[in-house]
Write a protein that binds this ligand. Structure first.
Ligand SMILES: [Zn+2]
Length: 177
């Protein structure tokens, strides 16, 4: 089945009235910030988004997104494949700094509307995926090419090398020769 592309921007108010749903893909070329921190493995990521109005009368943009990524393991420096997925609920606000008359449920994140009452869906999904990334990407210990033992060794080695380099006696030795 051919997947549809998620529109770059939508007008949430209109989309909510029509109860629009978008189930599709975002090609990786559109995710430049994500591409800076991870290698997007497929040519796209997937996202499903639905727009509606909640019981309180707030416009909501709800969805999920997932991506297959390759990160660099912070322990061994090797490639680390990771599937990242995220769920989100946004409610658009005119001005994020202003207090809205209606209290916004805590489960909702606020997203500021653009000049024309639009939001950038691609940016929103990208933000969510970036937030879903691990703070420190690392293999599971059993999958990592560096074991705990190597790690201790690895940490000590550069220090030892530095000490040797800055050993004043080595300099003296060189001068004597
Ligand atoms: Zn590793």
């Amino acid at each position: 089945m051919q997947k549809v592309k998620i529109p770059i921007s939508i007008e949430p108010a209109k989309a909510a009235l029509k109860r629009m749903t978008y189930d599709g893909i975002i090609v990786k070329g559109g995710l430049t910030r994500l591409a800076e921190v991870a290698n997007v493995l497929d040519d796209h990521i997937t996202a499903a988004i639905e727009c509606g109005v909640d019981q309180q009368g707030l416009v909501v943009v709800k969805g999920k997104a997932s991506a297959n990524l390759e990160l660099t393991c912070q322990r061994c420096g090797g490639d680390l494949e990771l599937s990242v997925s995220t769920d989100f609920i946004y409610t658009p606000v005119r001005n994020a700094a202003e207090e809205s008359e209606e209290p916004i449920p805590e489960a909702y994140e606020e997203i500021e509307l653009g000049e024309y009452g639009e939001i950038n869906l691609i940016q929103l999904v990208e933000d969510e995926l970036m937030l879903a990334l691990p703070i420190v990407a690392m293999h599971e210990p059993e999958d990592c090419s560096i074991t705990e033992k190597d790690m201790t060794f690895g940490e000590l080695a550069p220090e030892a090398a530095d000490e040797k380099k800055s050993n004043p006696f080595d300099v003296l030795k060189q001068l004597k020769n």
